[in-house]
Design a protein around this ligand. Structure first.
Ligand code: NAP
Length: 496
């Protein structure tokens, strides 16, 4: 071990729920010299960045929160986005995380220094920090994607990507186009339709939409949750079990449970039939791929919008953008004042990882993943990357609520750092063998999933990477994932 001392014991990149969970766990493990670097000007990750109208969780709030920090005051079953941001602030305050955070710091690259036994982290202002442990919690959906439509630079009106929403933008009297029909579009389109003079929705791939059973949580229930926390735990357990069934049977065991999946598709079709009068529009809105290939959405307002005479659904592809509108392949010219890009995120080209990370022997993580296979042991560590935890990795996403993933990873950290304490070690690195065994296991299990056993060929789902492999979800129940995070063989790591 070198005598050199790094600036910090741990650097966490990202001050969203993942980064905050990691910092809480580091503190539990006795590591208090922590710096949390965040490129935005405040904490909260996706719930700070996204504030478009209509934003709300799509996993019931009793489950979409840390199990160890329940919030009895969610106003609705599916809380609006602002409440998630407030909850993030509450957690940061209660767990004393704010003093560790540095905002407006963009991490550009990080390198492992074998001679010193620590990481050097380079930031956008040209400075660098060194750290014994590096943890990246940069999110899955954090690099906005703007398609390179010919002529988009010439557009004279305003272009709004949903991740940079100008609060208070007035759509009244405007002609608006929304490009994209993913989960974000499903939330924002009904809000724009209420205000705009005319709305054109450019849809490339339709999305499965099921009814959203949402309601205000009565004050008496909130008080019950606050005074007898066990009652909220029961509500969480029931909701989490339902989500688990959806994930395990509908997505991961599609081969065995296909009828359940088909039932969900029928429910969505019935929802569409009940809400949209015109048969041709219904046909256009019906997805040509199996339920579950793409993350399905929940809405009671989205389909109805297309009954409105001031709303057009355009399915012909976009040829070019002009100063005053969009030209589609069928020759239609749509004149608009504002262009809303609900075009989502780039996961596989620029987000895995979100910046250049170079490990031992010069291994560049992004290049290694992209030219070889996307992989990470237990979705968190990578061979040749000592003292590095990549919290948003291939095969790391477990269950439907992101908090299941976060808490599983916190358990993994507890076991790993606990073992290092026992051994008096300061360095860990997963073995090539353990990583390879995990990769083989998850890829074999995925054979039964909707991604391979179902028909996803026309889904354009971000679950698939550029090699056509579905490398995002961990193909296990959350219970078995959590068990494994608590009990993985400690010898899967080398320690020093
Ligand atoms: P997305 O699901 O990736 O959707 C992007 C949309 O843009 C798709 O409809 C896509 O069409 C379209 N698009 C992209 N490039 C295009 C092009 N060149 N021409 C035409 N259309 C193009 O992104 P998102 O809607 O932001 O949602 C991402 C994820 O965020 C969701 O799956 C969900 O997990 C999460 N989310 C959660 C919430 C919540 O919890 N409240 C809300 C919003 C989002 P194709 O499908 O044809 O590619």
């Amino acid at each position: 071990m070198s005598d050199a001392i790094p600036d910090h014991e741990a650097i966490v990149v990202g001050a969203g729920f993942g980064g905050m969970g990691a910092a809480i766990e580091l503190k539990r493990q006795g590591i208090h010299d922590i710096v949390i670097l965040e490129r935005e000007d405040d904490l909260g990750g996706t719930w700070h960045v996204n504030h478009y109208p209509g934003l709300a969780v799509d996993i019931a709030s009793v489950t979409y929160s840390y199990s160890f920090e329940p919030n009895p005051r969610w106003s609705r079953l599916f809380a609006p986005g602002g409440e998630l941001k407030a909850y993030a602030q509450h957690v940061a305050g209660k767990y004393d995380l704010v003093r560790h955070m540095r905002f407006n710091v963009v991490v550009e690259r990080a390198e492992w220094r074998e001679d010193a036994g620590f990481w050097t982290v380079h930031t956008g202002d040209g400075s660098c920090l060194t750290t014994r442990y590096l943890l990246t919690a940069t999110g899955f959906l954090s690099q906005p994607y703007t398609p390179d439509f010919p002529g988009i630079d010439t557009f004279a009106g305003q272009i709004i990507h949903t991740t940079s929403w100008p609060d208070g933008h007035d759509f009244a009297g405007q002609r608006v186009a929304v490009i994209g029909t993913g989960a974000t579009a499903v939330q924002v389109i009904p809000e724009i339709a209420k205000l705009a003079r005319h709305l054109t929705v450019f849809q490339r791939t339709p999305i499965w939409v099921v009814p959203k059973v949402d309601f205000a949580i009565p004050g008496v229930v909130q008080r019950l949750f606050a005074s007898i926390p066990f009652t909220q735990k029961i509500a969480r357990a029931i909701n989490t079990s339902l989500l688990e069934m959806l994930m395990v049977f509908g997505v991961l065991h599609y081969r065995q449970a296909r009828p359940g999946n088909q039932l969900a598709a029928l429910l969505s079709k019935a929802h569409l039939r009940a809400q949209v009068r015109d048969r041709t529009t219904r046909k256009k809105l019906t997805p040509p791929y199996d339920f579950g290939c793409k993350r399905p959405t929940f809405s009671n307002q989205y389909f109805r919008v297309f009954n409105n005479s001031d709303v057009d659904l355009q399915t012909s592809s976009i040829v070019r953008v002009e100063p005053d509108g969009i030209v589609a392949a069928d020759g239609t010219e749509v004149k608009i004042d504002t262009l809303v890009l609900a075009t989502g995120f780039n996961l596989w080209d620029v987000n895995f990882p979100a910046f250049q990370i170079t490990g031992r022997d010069g291994r560049d993580l992004g290049k290694w993943w992209r030219t070889g296979r996307f992989q990470a042991y237990e979705g968190i560590t990578i061979p040749k990357f000592p003292n590095f935890l990549s919290l948003n990795s291939p095969y790391s996403y477990s269950g439907l609520s992101y908090f299941t993933t976060i808490e599983g990873q916190m358990r993994h950290m507890a076991r790993l750092f606990g073992e290092m304490r026992i051994r008096g070690a300061e360095r860990f690195e997963v073995t090539e063998q353990a990583n390879e065994d995990f990769l083989n296991r998850v890829t074999t299990r995925l054979d039964d999933s909707v991604f391979y056993a179902g028909d996803c060929s026309r889904s354009r789902s971000y679950y698939f990477n550029q090699h056509g492999e579905a490398t995002l979800l961990r193909p296990q129940s959350t219970l078995s994932t959590l068990r494994e995070m608590d009990s993985f063989p400690v010898d899967d790591y080398r320690y020093a």
